[in-house]
Design a protein around this ligand. Sequence first.
Ligand SMILES: Cc1ncc(COP(=O)(O)O)c(C=O)c1O
Length: 439
Amino acid sequence: MTHTLIYPHTAVHNAAGHLEIGGCDVVELARAFGTPLFIYDEQTVRDQCRAYHSAFRARTDLYEIVYASKAFSCRAMAELVAEEDLSLDVATGGELAAARAAAFPAERIYFHGNNKSVAEIESGLDTGIGQFVVDSFEEVERLEAAAAARGQRQKVLVRVTPGVRPTTHDFVQTGQQDSKFGFGLADGCAAEAVRRLRHAAHLELVGIHAHIGSQIFELDSYRREVEILFVALDDWRRQTGFECCIFNIGGGLGIRYTEADKPSSIAEFAAMSVEAVHEGAARHGMTTPKLFVEPGRSIAGKAAVTAYTVGTVKVIPGVRTYVAVDGGMSDNLRPMLYDSRYEAMLASKAEAPPTEVVTVAGKHCESGDVLVRDVHIAPPEPGDILVTPATGAYGYAMANNYNAQPRPAVVMVAKGRARVIIERETWDDVLRLQRSLVQ
Ligand SMILES: Cc1ncc(COP(=O)(O)O)c(C=O)c1O
């Protein structure tokens, strides 16, 4: 096995010369469940959750690991992270519904979103979730009104954009001043939000939240984020008496998609964030708040591969070989959205030397529907099972029905057993909501 860094932890080459994950032969999984198929390794998800817990527990008792379910939201995943003692961040009513279906402990669900509808707010209040992360002045009013109507007092965090730009793709930066998320520090909106929240009779401001972006490799940006936020907290304490109990620094820790990627480790992230929050509190004479982190990608990303069947192999002499598979931008939008790089291998020829340089293309009607460029794989033939690793985060979560393509099935594998956790859509499913003009 040459690609251990980017494949699930249980990935091996088996006696049949196939890729095996969670004790299941990937070629047999493809045969049994069809392709494209997301294969999640339960062990890797658990390992990542435990790596977060042990890295933080070694440094502080005052922490909470919150799985950002947008990375991969479904009932089974919510059940799994609950078993591993993580909390849950939901960003929509749909993600909240998945959490409820999993009977996720309500007080450990935290609700994000820059435009929560009244229905979503009411659903959160009815569920009895732990915190709303308040993102706009409209939300302050809507949430206060809905909580008042129920005679409830709701805990909230205020989401702040600290003006920090990490080095990552523009579309996954969220902490800069010009952002659709949260209240700006520089323009005084965050201070005003704190003032209003402190006056809202049915809201209890318990802390602060910021998320500066995603797929972040350098930890310095987080340090700046924490320093800037403590300066603001100091001001707000003096102006309004607000004592911050919860300091949520968001998610964003990057992962390896290719062998060349060099992300920071979970342990480094824990060391930096715990130290920064302790130092910040000490510098400003505050009690150290409880540290929340919200990883999504670094919990789910490495846990899954996507298996495809090779359909056509188009050789353009002297130019390029396109290996077309039966999925594409409908199950992995990231290469198109962010120009993201992936690796690939033939699960059906796991032991064969990767002598060919090919480009893996999807089946959609877009020239840009390319999953992996210039990757070394064994000589491909129609019928081969090709996998792309590290597709567990923002893969299925962003899956869509472009070209009326049904969304793939998702299986969770462990100890030689595969369980379907999301059924494959059918053409009938795709048609289900359509109505004729003749009615
Ligand atoms: C508010 C918030 N928290 C956490 C995350 C998770 O980020 P990541 O998957 O990069 O860890 C995101 C991702 O967009 C987010 O918007």
